[in-house]
Design a protein around this ligand. Structure first.
Ligand SMILES: Cc1ncc(C[n+]2csc(CCOP(=O)(O)OP(=O)(O)O)c2C)c(N)n1
Ligand SMILES: [Mg+2]
Length: 298
């Protein structure tokens, strides 16, 4: 029988898991010689907390109809999702080594037809929130109480399609839908040289009061530090407590740092993607030294 429940992993263990995940991300991308770094690293803590504390899922039954859903709309951060899915038990951590190989289940962007635990194929930015709203609406119509979570990037929300759903979701009273914005202040490139490299978190949404905008469209809003376990867990708990009561969808605006957790990748668009050298890998390993000794799925 399927058991759908969330885990109650302590913050200290979440931290160890996040370090392990960050090591997998930088190491796997280096070994596969392709993939993204900065976006997966800014999202790691949010994803670890979601999968180890919040989602009601059963890795042994990835298609269980009543499971909570998660859509990584910023699909280029696939290696971040695969890493967390592996740690959570959907497939062996060793399989991460096949990332982006032609015959692998772990393609460069998530494919729901290939990878256990992936609820929607993504990669073309802007689409995931609309898919998630469809799932949330279906849950309402079918009388099911699963929750749908979607994560977007801050560059991604420049896509117009995102806003079609931001406008419509409150009209359907989708209080079973939560959007996480990974507000890392950077996207793929910096500003043109004439304007200088700003590195001031002002790009791409720095001039927009996102909380006010979402509130204006009828959303519940939470704004947090996306690398602070207490803040993340409190926000997720608030969402859980409002389940079926909030009357409207909720957005968690998570202030993060692109490339967080490793010194040379932190805070720069230049590690949006990239292959670490052997020396850089060694440095990353040292910095993430508190790696959990044993995996959860080895
Ligand atoms: C429709 C679309 N346009 C362009 C791209 C190429 N692309 C991949 S990642 C990226 C930048 C995304 O920035 P952001 O949403 O801020 O993501 P993060 O900072 O979390 O990596 C771009 C332009 C894409 N995948 N899809
Ligand atoms: Mg970004």
């Amino acid at each position: 029988m399927t058991v759908l429940e969330h885990l109650s992993v302590e913050s200290t263990e979440l931290d160890a898991l996040a370090r392990r995940a960050r090591w997998h991300i930088v190491n796997t991308v280096a070994a596969s010689k392709a993939g993204h770094i900065g976006g997966p690293l800014s999202a790691t803590d949010l994803l670890i907390a979601l999968y180890f504390r919040q989602l009601r899922i059963d890795p042994a039954n990835p298609s269980e109809p009543d499971r909570d859903r998660f859509i990584l709309s910023k699909g280029h951060s696939a290696i971040g999702l695969y890493t967390v899915l592996a740690l959570r038990g959907y497939f062996p951590e060793a399989e991460l080594a096949t990332f982006d190989h032609g015959d692998s289940r772990l393609q460069g962007h998530p494919d729901m037809l290939l990878t256990p635990g992936v609820d929607s194929s993504t990669g073309s930015l802007g689409q995931g929130l609309a898919v998630g709203a469809g799932m949330a609406l279906a849950a309402k119509r079918l009388g099911k109480d699963f929750h749908t979570w979607v994560m977007v990037g801050d560059g991604e929300i420049e896509e117009g399609m995102v806003w079609e759903t931001v406008i419509s979701a409150p009209r359907f009273q989708l209080d079973n839908l939560t959007l996480i914005i990974d507000l890392n202040g950077l996207q793929q490139y910096g500003w043109p040289a004439a304007e200088g490299d700003r590195f001031d978190r002002s790009e791409p949404m720095g001039h927009v009061d996102l909380e006010a905008v979402f509130r204006g469209f009828g959303w519940n809003t939470l704004s947090i530090d996306g690398h602070d376990w207490d803040a993340i867990l409190e926000a997720y708990t608030t969402v859980a407590e409002n389940r079926g009561k909030a009357g409207a969808p909720t957005v968690i605006i998570a202030n993060t740092t692109k490339g967080h957790g490793i010194s040379f990748t932190s805070g720069t668009y230049k590690w949006h993607n990239g292959i670490a050298t052997d020396e850089q890998l060694e440095l990353a390993r040292t910095e993430l030294a508190e790696l959990a000794e044993e995996g959860h799925n080895e």
